[in-house]
Design a protein around this ligand. Sequence first.
Ligand code: A3P
Length: 303
Amino acid sequence: PSEKNFTGIKLYNYQGSWYYPNTVQAILNFQKHFRAQDTDIILASLPKSGTTWLKALAFAVVHRNKYAPNLVSHPLLSDNPHNLVQFLEADLYVKNQRPDLEELPTPRLFATHMPFQTIHESLRDSPCKVVYVCRNIKDVLVSHWHFRNKLVRKDLHSNYSLDDTVDEYIKGAYAFGPFQDQVLSYWKESLVNPTHVLFMRYEEMVEKPEAQVMRLADFLGCSFTEEEKQSGTVEKILELCSIGNLSNLEANKSGTSSCGIAHQAFFRKGGVGDWKNHLTDDMARKLDEMVEKKLEGSGLKFE
Ligand code: A3P
């Protein structure tokens, strides 16, 4: 089945999610050719759920012995997190049917917006690590609305309205949606296979960043040592990866990522609850009810 999106481009449904045509092709390439290595780390999310933050944190945590977080030449100070950790379907397999990923230094860090069922086969039998970050649907939607209005070409389209965005989210027909199906795919797997999939929440990362970064490091098999904790390595990583720091770097204020989006579009306000400044009570209720209905009985709840 297909549906038109806000710019009039057709989206196609593949394995339960909606995609742009070139993304479907990239996913088919990925499914045909990608083979996970045991040390791989895959960062998964829906757009606007904290992907950029997770990419920066995972990169800084995994490479902290190579690049100390206070190093003046740290890669995160001169490059955008989306260049350092590329999307399988939006960067690697869209540019090249069969990118050469075998020789990349290990651990290889990749990102994806695909749901678990779509990456599952390629990871089968591999003890590689998948980290999923989710965020409440209302903040995701508001963030997405701002993001797309930044991307809209004013010569081709008028502003994209909030009503249209809510309609799309209710229908589920937007790139990588529906939200509730994807979140559930990773949630279920994290329960069945907790050493393979870590389920993180943007809201918890905002509330208790130290604890969440230590949880991430534990899961990735590179726990912080007592000495690192005492010497403030966790805090330095958080400061390096904070929205305030990243969004003010020249590398993120200019340029475009390899998937063609201006780096600065990935940084706006951050935080929790901006939806209250935009959504009506009715919109919020409809979204909440839709998500609650899908998640019923799963043990997963959003405040
Ligand atoms: P807002 O639009 O609500 O501000 P993604 O990276 O998945 O595209 O998500 C983008 C959202 O994460 C935006 O939310 C953006 O401001 C926020 N964000 C980007 N970098 C961040 C960081 N380092 N820390 C916290 N939030 C960040």
